[in-house]
Design a protein around this ligand. Structure first.
Ligand code: BDP
Length: 341
């Protein structure tokens, strides 16, 4: 009898323990819903003070504020979490939640996004943004979403021009035989080959050293990146070819975003769009300041005459042809861009 009671007592004790443990788990679960924030990591390639860096920090602040602390985004700047192509994969996989990406290196995975990497496809930065803020931007966003990325907002990245260590570039034949660094995207390699140069795809962080040691003779970028990386110190000829206008996105992992409650989706989207306005404002100031800074450091900037710009455009035409032959379904998207006033 006694033994039986003891057994029963033991059983009760066990049940009690389980109940206590269960209670604790329930408490932890409800606590995590109300107290613990979702921790997101964000990737950015640029250094302190760069328009994108300032805007992405502002984005993180706004996300926290607008979700009442439910989402805590920590931004990692200056490419500390790796190069851009790897980071794009990390965001697609959800290992990183957010990235501030150029549509350039995204192009190889999302053909719709690749249309912006066709040289001279946009006629000006202003026209590019009219297109991006309309149907063109929507189609590109749809293409990104199919690949697991949602573009919450677009940033300005101005236009890219050639710079090199040797001489002013004034016509296409000046690029002949030059080793030119490009971002990871076959369209850019094709562009340099079409000019008779030797393309060298390379991570952004390696370009300074490559220019300095003559591994490459030149590269291409906008004024703020040319200046913030110090490339102007080692490649002092900047020639205004303005051959590429590549918008940048604040891109989030699609599943992370789609799993959020509607109110948080709205908050995150609004935060991205508000901070993108700040980026565009800071960009318009920085492009002027960077140009002045490189000029003051002794860089020679040269214009390219209109007829020679047309010559560059004609020389790069095979890049368009090759791309559209491979992606005939994108002919209409390119037309849509060209018809944007
Ligand atoms: C800058 C872009 C950055 C690219 C870089 C590059 O903002 O995303 O990584 O060019 O050339 O303008 O790699």
């Amino acid at each position: 009898m006694h033994a039986r009671y003891a057994k029963w007592g033991l059983k009760m004790l066990r049940l009690k323990k389980i109940a206590v443990a269960f209670g604790l788990v329930t408490a932890a679960v409800s606590m995590s819903a109300s107290v613990m924030a979702a921790d997101w990591k964000g990737w950015n390639i640029h250094v302190t003070g760069y328009p994108n860096t300032v805007a992405m920090d502002d984005f993180a602040r706004l996300v926290k504020e607008k979700t009442q602390g439910r989402i805590d985004l920590k931004m990692y700047h200056a490419g500390t979490l790796g190069n851009q192509s790897d980071a794009i994969e990390q965001v697609r996989l959800g290992a990183l939640a957010i990235g501030n990406f150029s549509l350039g290196p995204i192009g190889p995975i999302a053909p719709e996004a690749n249309v912006v990497s066709l040289p001279f496809v946009f006629s000006s930065v202003e026209q590019a943004f009219r297109a991006m803020d309309g149907e063109v931007g929507q189609k590109i966003s749809d293409g990104l979403e199919k690949k697991g990325l949602i573009a919450l907002a677009y940033h300005d990245s101005g236009s890219r021009s050639f710079y090199n260590t040797q001489k002013p570039i004034t016509e296409p034949s000046d690029v002949e035989g030059m080793k030119v660094r490009v971002m990871n995207n076959d369209l850019y390699s094709g562009m340099i080959t079409a000019l008779g140069g030797n393309p060298s795809p390379m991570a952004f962080s390696e370009v300074y050293q490559a220019l300095k040691t003559n591994v490459v003779n030149g590269a291409e970028n906008n004024f703020p990146s040319y200046e913030s990386t110090g490339h102007h110190e080692v490649a002092g000829f900047y020639s205004l070819s303005q051959h590429l206008i590549i918008p940048e996105c604040v891109c989030i992992n699609a599943k992370i975003f789609n799993d959020l409650p509607a109110a948080d989706q709205k908050a995150v989207r609004e935060a991205a769009q508000e901070s993108a306005l700040l980026q565009r404002k800071l960009w318009s100031e920085r492009k002027v300041a960077s140009r002045e800074k490189v000029l003051a450091s002794g860089v020679k900037i040269n214009e390219i005459a209109d007829d020679q710009k047309l010559a560059f455009q004609a020389a790069m035409e095979p890049v368009h042809k090759g791309f559209l032959a491979k992606n005939p379904e994108l002919v209409s998207l390119v037309e849509l861009i060209k018809n944007t006033k």
